[in-house]
Design a binder for this molecule. Structure first.
Ligand code: ZN
Length: 134
């Protein structure tokens, strides 16, 4: 059987969620480089993240499933400023850019890693914290 790289993820939680969804849909898949990334996150960029591998014959369907999943997730989030659904979770450079992340990093250390991601509205440029990150 031939497998192809469907997508790559920088953290294993995202990768496992996607794998779970795909398996539920009957897609033959597995995670590559999972152990490298989990043991040493510094290597994540070096190896290109955790890759989700799918059986070549199912790749197109798997991509459809991921695309639909993204659409559904988008509909759950709306901008508090303009109510647009044109919002995406983006990574921000890891620095204490505001007092909330400074305090969170001080108390939680590495657990505050979620603070590094914000929802960015592409319509009004408003940025807001993802739900459940606190
Ligand atoms: Zn907006």
């Amino acid at each position: 059987m031939e497998f192809v790289v469907l997508n790559s993820y920088s953290n294993y939680i995202d990768a496992h969620i996607i794998r779970g969804v795909l398996e539920e849909e009957g897609i033959n898949c597995w995670l590559k480089d999972e152990h490298t990334v989990t043991i040493d996150p510094i290597l994540t960029n070096a190896v290109g993240g955790i890759k989700i591998m799918v059986y070549k014959g199912q790749a197109e369907r798997a991509l459809d499933i991921i695309t639909n999943l993204k659409k559904e997730q988008k509909l759950l989030i709306s901008c508090p400023n303009c109510n647009s659904h044109n919002v995406e979770l983006v990574s921000t450079p890891r620095k204490a850019s505001n007092w909330i992340s400074a305090i969170a990093t001080f108390f939680l250390g590495d657990f505050a890693i979620a603070v590094d991601k914000v929802n960015h509205c592409f319509d009004c440029k408003h940025e807001f914290a993802p739900k459940g990150s606190d």
